[in-house]
Design a binder for this molecule. Sequence first.
Ligand code: FES
Length: 116
Amino acid sequence: MPKLRKDTATLELFPLSDTLPAPKPTLLICINKRMDTTRPSCGYRGSIELADAIEKGVAERELGLEIERIHCLGHCQKGPTMRLAPGGKFYLGKGVDDADAVLDDLAGRLNGKKSF
Ligand code: FES
């Protein structure tokens, strides 16, 4: 069996901090419509309309925020569920009427006026 060799020269030439870009802030929005309608899901609580409003607002305000529509963030009882990623704030139970307030909050977090 051949011996594995540590290639430290590669690590020195390409340190991870120089090769991997910082993750872009992303707002994850659950749009899940569960087949089992006896259990809650965000898609049936207005999250698709909310996602449309948030996407429009992010573009108008040029917030530099990615929007990713996903299926379930594990807070189904409190949805619609959104989360600022990586590792940021959850927004729970918001509707289309809350979109402007959410966008204001996001702008504050992205500008460093609030914690991420
Ligand atoms: S269905 Fe939206 S968080 Fe689970």
